[in-house]
Every structure is written in C-alpha cells, then in structure tokens.
Design a protein around this ligand. Structure first.
Ligand SMILES: [Zn+2]
Length: 438
C-alpha cells in the first residue's frame, strides 16, 4: 500500500484496496488562510466535503483519491466556499498528472482501453484527446519539405491526401479529402512555402492546379510508378479481351499466367519465357501488348528529358493499331501530363512510403474500434517517439548571455540552432503500435 502519493501538497489519511482499485483518503497539507471570494482572512471552518479525484494507476490498480476538502465560511462577505485543490486538472476531477497520462496515451491506444485502465468514461478520454491534439496542432510544427510528395490513400472508405517529405521519408500531414480548395489552403498556410522545390504526385488534376497556383516556383513530377502501372493496366485489358476466344481450360491457364505477363522480361525464369512465348504466339494481340508494355517500361531507362521524349515518340509510332484502344488511357495521360511526366527524367523522385503507410493504416484500423479520421490522423502525426528529428549540437553558453545579465539587453536568439522535426517516420510508428498495443 502506498504511504506516499508523490503529491507534496496532500497528506494521506488512510488507504484501502480491492482487486482492481486503490482508494486513498487524503487532505491538502495547507488549509486556506483567506476567503477565495473576497480575500479576507476573517474566516472560520465550515466542515468538510469529500471530492473524488482520479489519479494515475499504481501497482497495476486504478486509483481514486478521496479528498476531504475543507469548507470555509467568510465572516466578511458571508460566502461559504470549498478550498481549491492543488495539482488537479481544471474541471476534469483528476490529477494533472493523470490528465497528462491519458493525453499521451490517447494518441496510440484505444480510448476504451485507457478508460478501462484508469476508471474514467470513454467520453472523458475523447475530450482529453481532442484538447491535447488541438494543443499539439498549435505547437508542433513540422519542417516544410523542399521535396514534397502528395499521394492518395484510402482511410475509412475515402481517398485522402497524404503529404510527405521525400528526403526524410516521413509523413507531414493527412488531408481529409483531395479537393483543390483544401490542398491550396494547406499550401498557403505552410511556413516558408516558397522553399518547396518539387512536388511529386499521382495524376490528379486538383493537385496539379493547387501546386501551380499556390507554389509557382515548384515543379511537378509524376512518379514513374503511377505511369508504368497504366501500361500494365492496358495489357490486362487485352488479356481480358481475348478471354472470349478461349476454352474454359485455356481461360483458367491465362488467368494463372497473368503474373508472367506483368513481370518484366529480364526477370523471367526460362520456363516462364516458354509459357509467355506459347501465349504470345497463339494470341498475337497479347504478344503486341506485352511488347508495348515492355517497351514503355524501357522508356524509363532514358537519362534525359530529350532522350525520354524521343523514346516515347518512337514507342507511340510503333504502337500497333490493334491494341491502340487498350492503351488509350495511357496515351491520354501522356498528353495531359507530358511536362510533369517528363520532369521525372530530370528529377527522378519517387514516393517510397506508400505501401508502408497503407500497411500502417490497416494495422490501426484493425486495432482501434471505430477511429474517426481526425483520431487516425492525430495518431499518425502526433505519436511521441515516431518523429524524425534533428537535435542541434550542444552549444556552450555564449558570452552574450553573460553580457545580457550585466546589461539587461537581450541577445538575438533567432540565429541559434533549434530542433527540427521532419514528421512521422512510418516504420518507427508501426513498431511503436505493434509492440505497445494492448
Ligand atoms: Zn469573503
């Protein structure tokens, strides 16, 4: 049983416990000396009132402190008031340290598990979470990426915008939707948005419009991955198109062998080459489509924009009319996004995190019961320990500080190195969630 609360302004009067809970009777160490309303010291005692405040768990048990709070009657103003309790979070009926304890855990644990651990309602945990994340949003500023990525990710049934820092491979924000207005506003609010050099994205027109209007100095790059997968999609259209000409057995075989078709030619095993040849010999359209897909991927071997442009022109001229229709979406994308697709050859930046982030979101959505988008966003952005930071090197106290004490002039502090926070490292966060989830 505890003989100490580590709350210096309380004395323990007695304790009792059950299997799960610890009950502590206590009073404040210093009785009030004046009236809370008028400040007069002409006061008399007016009995006690028991106030239950929750505290952080001890010895694996939930803790309730029953404070015998003093009532004071003022002989001057006539009011009877209860003493103010120290170290208690305003209006929450809990110690400030429990408030903090809940706030920090609310980011990476489910509300219901926290509520159970300390004996408060889920609503109370949610309220603290909201207050805490609002505070974090005000105070926690991530460095604006010079090389920024925007991508879409499905969270709670809707595509959302994910903003990443390409260089540090971190997530810096999640946007509730992918509208141009929202993304433009997001850019406009960024600190030093003019330092953004490059934005890599998938082919989503509102992203492009938002960048060109809010970040005119930045160039847009379409990630290779988003382009070449359209060549694969075209090949799939051809494969599905010839299904009608196949026997049931052949159709099943082709379905099975589609992975061979989608594989890069130089990655094929000898037996896979044979299978591929059989299909392409019997179905010339499939052969043409496979060839077109491979040749399209090969455009990305180009080292410069002119080389890439020439390679693409060649590719387009050689495209067989029989498969032209299936490649239409790719051709359209190439013409609508030509500049941005070609920019890749000058700045081959790519978003490496997407798969990782998808995995993380699946883990969170499975573990937490019914997260809101805001809760999920806070969890991803604000989990303590998941941030990639650069702490400035230790600096000797500068002579100017001593100077300041003598003269009363303050020295400029803006040139001092400060800690930089680059946002959430996805793999670190995944580790935290997987090892700490309960
Ligand atoms: Zn008074």
């Amino acid at each position: 049983m505890p003989n100490k609360l580590n709350l210096s302004r309380y004395n323990i009067l007695g304790t009792s416990e059950t299997d799960h809970d610890l009950h502590i009777d206590a009073e404040t160490t210093t009785p009030p000396r004046s009236c809370l309303a008028c400040g007069s010291d002409n006061i008399v005692g007016g009995g006690r009132q028991e106030i239950l405040i929750k505290d952080t768990p001890m010895y694996g048990k939930r803790v309730g402190i029953y404070v015998k709070a003093r009532r004071i009657r003022c002989l001057d103003c006539g009011k009877t008031l209860t003493e103010r309790l120290p170290d208690v979070a305003e209006s929450q009926r809990m110690t400030t340290r429990l408030y903090r304890w809940i706030a920090e855990r609310s980011i990476d644990k489910t509300f219901i598990s926290i509520a159970h651990d300390v004996g408060v309602s889920e609503g109370t945990v949610r309220k603290i979470f909201n207050e805490y994340t609002a505070e974090l949003a005000r105070t926690l500023v991530f460095e604006t990426p010079e090389w920024m990525g925007i991508d879409e990710i499905h969270i709670i049934g809707k595509p959302r915008g994910v903003i990443t820092n390409i260089e540090s491979n971190t997530v810096v924000d999640l946007l509730v939707d992918r509208s141009k207005v929202l993304i433009t506003n997001y850019f406009m609010r960024l600190e030093n948005r003019r330092s953004i050099k490059c934005v890599t994205m998938d082919m989503w027109q509102p992203y492009k419009d938002a960048v060109y209007s809010a970040l005119p100095q930045a160039f847009v790059v379409v990630d290779k991955f988003h382009v070449v997968r359209m060549a694969n999609a075209a090949l799939e259209v051809i494969r599905k198109g010839i299904r009608a000409d196949l026997t049931q057995k052949q159709a099943r075989g082709l379905m099975h062998d589609r992975f061979i078709l989608l594989k890069r030619e130089d990655k094929l095993e000898p037996f896979q080459r044979l299978i591929l040849e059989t299909w392409t010999k019997n179905f010339p359209a499939l052969g043409d489509a496979y060839r077109a897909k491979e040749d399209f991927f090969a455009i990305y071997d180009a080292m410069t924009i002119p080389e890439a442009k020439a390679a693409y022109d060649r590719w387009q001229r050689n495209l067989s009319p029989t498969i032209n229709e299936a490649f239409k979406p790719l051709l359209t994308a190439m013409s609508n996004w030509e500049t941005e697709i070609m920019n890749y050859f000058e700045h081959p930046v790519t978003n490496a995190y997407t798969e990782c982030l998808n995995g993380l979101i699946r883990v969170i959505e499975c573990s937490g019961r019914g997260y809101s988008f805001d809760a999920l966003r806070s969890k991803i952005l604000y989990t303590a320990g998941a941030h990639k930071k650069v702490v400035p090197p230790f600096q000797r106290k500068r002579p100017s500080d001593a100077f300041e004490r003598f003269t009363g002039f303050s020295s400029p502090t803006s040139d001092r190195p400060r800690e930089k926070n680059f946002g959430t490292d996805i793999s670190t966060l995944l580790q935290i969630i997987q090892t700490g989830s309960s």
